[in-house]
Design a protein around this ligand. Structure first.
Ligand SMILES: Cc1ncc(COP(=O)(O)O)c(C=O)c1O
Length: 396
């Protein structure tokens, strides 16, 4: 029989997907499963975006330009300017989701066997993108006790080798919800310059910042033009995960030209979705104000309810819509399966994401879970009650 590639064999499966068959089985048996495990917001997509597609009279659904439509890229640069990020349309390549932008970025800056340092816990798919291009992820551990703040720069520097090509951060973070301060961004920028590394920032949750905190993009850093690569997406900003539109932004012309070749190989990003994304840029501020208010309310409720559970530790998020929770258990993988297979409270259970899959260092995060607060408050409250009661019954 022909065999699959070594690379294919080493592609990591999603740490969350592993639990899906258990959730399906639970549902087949009539249990209601409340999903705390996914990052699919229940927020409505802005009407302007949906209308732009509905009211469109395209007669041929053509390829768009490889780098994305001109009108969309121009309008995007206006959106960035409003966020005090001053870039030209030529600095943007529109991609099929932030996911493709991450793949293009890694493919453009690192060769087989090169290393990228990433604070852990991190968005688990970074492992998949890195494996696909043959890059090794080198983790630097951040800790729940300080809400997963940036680890000391010396910790990064200890890990830098001749193979290190980049530092990758997620700001605000999935799965931590941590929002880097301006000072932390400046420290990272200084390190990138000092060691001549790329600094890649995944800023797909830029709008989701709370408690009056401001987001600091790496593209605001002066003198970082050659080093900074920013990853963006419409998925969460406008609750348009299914549009599959993101972008890679950098002032480094060589990186743009290189990423463009990867983009040419896949021809173009989706046409209708670019129309929707361009229209979404006209979303009124009120939409974001309401969405933010909703997430703050959910976060506050989630934390208040979790704090009522004995032995629980929470990394307080100031951005995105996730948090890491440490539970008084030993093995979150086992606990998550048990919740689906064996436990229910009045016919309901919860599905959580064991956090081990968000760490690259073996054994870390074993007693932690990630919760996404993308459900409305009543469901969240109910979910935490189920978690609380489940912990009382769980024998480990
Ligand atoms: C941190 C982070 N980066 C990138 C992505 C990819 O998003 P998309 O490909 O939908 O733009 C996600 C999706 O959940 C994410 O959480």
């Amino acid at each position: 029989m022909p065999s699959v590639s070594e690379k294919g064999r080493s592609m990591p499966a999603s740490p969350i997907r592993k639990l899906v068959p258990f959730a399906e089985e639970a549902k087949r048996k009539g249990k209601k499963v409340i999903h705390l495990n996914i990052g699919q917001p229940d927020i409505k997509t802005p009407k302007v975006a949906l209308d732009a597609v509905k009211n469109n009279d395209l007669e041929v659904l053509e390829y768009s330009r490889t780098e994305g439509s001109d009108t969309y890229r121009k309008k995007l640069s206006g959106y960035y300017a409003k966020n005090d990020i001053h870039i030209d349309a030529a600095d943007i390549i529109v991609t099929t989701g932030g996911s493709e932008a991450l793949s293009f970025a890694m493919g453009s800056i690192a060769d087989h066997g090169d290393e990228i340092i990433i604070p852990e816990p991190f968005y688990a798919n970074y492992n998949g993108f890195a494996t696909a291009v043959g890059v090794n992820v080198v983790p630097v551990t951040s800790h729940i006790d300080n809400n997963f703040a940036l680890p000391p720069i010396e910790e990064f520097e200890k890990l830098i080798t001749p193979k290190t090509k980049a530092i990758l951060i997620c700001n605000p973070g999935n799965p931590t919800g941590y929002l880097y301060t301006e000072e932390e961004i400046k420290k990272l920028a200084a390190m990138a310059k000092k060691h001549d590394l790329f600094l890649v920032a995944d800023e797909v949750y830029r709008e989701f910042t709370y408690d009056g905190c401001e987001h600091h993009s790496i593209l605001r850093e002066e003198g970082l033009e050659a080093h900074a690569i920013m990853i963006d997406s419409v998925s969460k900003r406008y609750s348009m995960c299914g549009a599959r539109i993101g972008c890679l932004v950098t002032r480094n012309k060589e990186v743009i030209q290189t990423a463009l070749k990867f983009a040419q190989a896949r021809l173009s990003p989706p046409t209708y979705a670019q129309i929707a994304s361009e229209a979404a840029l006209d979303t009124p501020q009120q939409y974001f104000d309401e969405v933010k208010k909703e997430y703050v309310g959910r976060r506050d409720l989630l934390i208040a309810e979790l704090e009522k559970i004995d032995g629980v530790k929470i990394g307080r998020p100031q951005g995105a819509f996730y948090c890491i929770v440490e539970l008084p258990i030993e093995d979150a993988d086992h606990f998550a399966q048990w919740l689906l297979k064996e436990y229910s409270l009045d016919g309901e259970t919860v599905m959580v994401a064991p956090a081990g899959g968000f760490y690259a260092s073996p054994g870390l995060g074993k007693n932690q879970i990630r919760i996404a607060y993308v459900l409305e408050k009543e469901s969240l409250k109910r979910a935490v009650k189920i978690l609380k009661e489940a912990l009382k019954s769980y024998k480990g």
